[in-house]
Design a protein around this ligand. Structure first.
Ligand SMILES: [Ca+2]
Length: 351
């Protein structure tokens, strides 16, 4: 079923993206890692195995997102039977596989039963495709599938398996291995895979696994990490820690940014209940804002600066919302904590 689910998703992506041929979704959460889609693309409100499907291609299981550049798609995959990890390039027009390469992993990392050894999303600059595999390390491929270079790191020992994806910062590829007892981040050069720098990350004082699965975000020439017990920023040139802010969270989600403010989703079972934000179901938003009563919310129906969307699997409404005017924690580029009302996420924004 997982295999089918991924195949259908890729086909749906084609249906969505085909309108803008040159559109790019080059890394985890898209351009800049911000999770903001191209609002010139008309998204289908319904799609599935028999609806809005342009093609379907069978792929090995993978939890990573597709990386899209022009007429190419890149994904990672894992076959649990053969234990083979692959990087696969797909033709965006018709779904044919252009090339597939086996990752030379000698050991498959241990992962949680709901996870996969292929959780990482490739990143590309349009010249090479850079892939991080928790069971191996970093690999770079030329557009034609030739291996450009590799940076073996050994299999990750993260207690639940890897969750992070590589990101680019200038001429560097960044990867974190943020788990106890020796969390670290490293940068290798895009052109040849040579190590540029490697820095130890501060060990978390928290109880528990002390593990982050978040992907770094490069924001205002700073590398921002949502880490176990802190949000912190680092200099791309040498990995020096620039600022940090303590949190009571495990640091599992990737930060986002907009309007000069960085947003970090965090949780803590030890948090002050008085600071909890009430989450209302999607049906609440529909009742209040669905003026044409079509059961959907269009951009024009959503009030500016007044509505937030949060997708949470397993919740009754799946998509739940809460209203604005609620103070939220966010951070400036210098790390000082601000309290302000966050901007709305528009319906055509991928959150
Ligand atoms: Ca409506």
């Amino acid at each position: 079923m997982k295999k089918l689910a991924l195949s259908v998703f890729v086909g749906a992506c084609i249906a969505v993206c085909a309108e803008v041929v040159d559109d790019k979704w080059p890394q985890f959460r898209g351009p800049g890692g911000l999770g903001i889609g191209n609002d010139k693309v008309t998204l289908p409100s319904e799609f599935g195995p028999s609806k809005a499907l342009l093609w379907k291609t069978e792929l090995p299981v993978g939890h990573g997102s597709p990386c899209v550049w022009g007429e190419r798609i890149f994904v990672t995959g894992f076959d649990p039977t053969s234990r083979k990890l692959e990087v696969i390039s797909i033709n965006r027009k018709d779904g044919t596989i252009v090339w597939r390469r086996t990752v030379p992993a000698e050991e498959i990392e241990k992962v949680h039963e709901i996870s996969s050894p292929a959780t990482s999303t490739p990143v590309t600059d349009g010249e090479k495709i850079y892939v991080y595999i928790g069971s191996y390390g970093i690999l770079a491929y030329e557009w034609n599938g030739n291996l450009a270079w590799k940076y073996p790191m050994g299999a990750s020992k993260s207690p639940y398996g890897s969750g992070t994806s590589p990101v680019l910062a200038g001429d560097l590829v960044l990867v974190t291995r943020d788990y106890a007892p020796d969390p670290y981040m490293l940068a290798v050069r895009k052109k040849d895979g040579e190590l540029a720098w490697k820095v130890d990350l501060v060990n978390s004082p928290q109880m528990g696994p002390k593990t982050s699965h978040a992907t770094p975000v490069v924001w205002r020439d700073q590398i921002v990490l949502n880490r176990p017990s802190e949000v912190s920023a680092y200099a791309p040139k040498d990995g020096k820690r620039l600022w940090w802010f303590p949190t009571a969270s495990a640091g599992t989600s990737t930060p986002s940014a907009g309007d000069g403010v960085l947003y970090v989703n965090a949780f803590s079972i030890m948090a002050d209940p008085a600071g909890m934000v009430e989450l209302k179901p999607f049906s609440y938003a529909l009742e209040k804002y669905d003026t044409n009563k079509d059961g959907k919310l269009s951009e024009s129906e959503v009030p500016a600066d007044d509505l937030y969307f949060l997708k949470r699997a397993g919740m009754p409404d799946n998509l739940i919302t809460y209203r604005g005017r609620t103070s939220r924690s966010s951070f400036s580029s210098e790390g000082s904590m601000q309290t302000r009302t966050v901007s709305s996420m528009r319906p055509n924004t991928i959150v």
